[in-house]
Design a protein around this ligand. Sequence first.
Ligand code: ADP
Ligand code: MG
Length: 269
Amino acid sequence: MMTDDVANVAQPSGPNGGPALLWTEGLERDFGGVKAVGGVSIAMHEGRITGLIGPNGAGKSTTLAMLAGTTPPSAGRIFFDGREVTHLRAFERAQMGLIRTFQLSSEFKQLTVLENLVVAVPGNPGDSLAGALFRRSRFKKFEREALDYAGELLERFRLTQYADTYAGALSGGQRRLVEIMRALMARPRMLLLDEPMAGVHPRLAIEIGEHLLNLKQEGLSIVMVEHELRIVDRFCDPVIVLAEGKVLSQGTMTELRGRQDVVDAYLIG
Ligand code: ADP
Ligand code: MG
């Protein structure tokens, strides 16, 4: 892997004094003439659900995509777990435990829920014909472990009865859960979520949030773009506010409500 050793890079400390797990220095992204992200330096910490909020077009999704490695930055640096990852591809960051969710594509809607989970395991030796033919015993073990873990996740997310249902037949909220479960199959250290409850029935949105809190309790770190402030209030701490491609403010949601510039930019009631 093309990573520099960055033992000499100053690692920002967290809200509770601990070191950051993921952090950026002067992150920028231009799209033609549009500066979607214009110099963002942020730190996100282990065992927290960090919220990324801000008005439409603030650069939240672009920032998240740069963290995940799905959009290359125009400038700036990204560090994960003490190493620079700026030039690592998304799958290489995933191997380090930094994983983002993706909306289920039409291809995945034609697989059952269980199949969706099993194929989400990285490094599946069944990926290639050679793997299937020549490493059958290894494949069997891999497959058994993947099936076991998929079964655990299905129980945990109360979707066991949907294991053999085509993902395309699920409700919007259930699909969101499957997207998160697919990411969990890779056993992430940090999960990156872009509006994981958007368009979901409020009751199911809360349920998704409760699942995220439980995962956090078990040590998973989460960064989550979210538009709905009631959700941010309930599930995210700390919260980083972006506006016009820059960091406007950060803190707890309670602190942010007390800051006039944040209230003005985001119309917090
Ligand atoms: P947010 O997620 O906060 O709503 P985005 O990161 O999606 O904001 O977008 C920030 C800005 O960058 C917007 O002005 C948007 O139009 C622009 N932008 C985002 N993606 C692209 C793209 N692929 N091509 C051109 N402009 C883009
Ligand atoms: Mg967005």
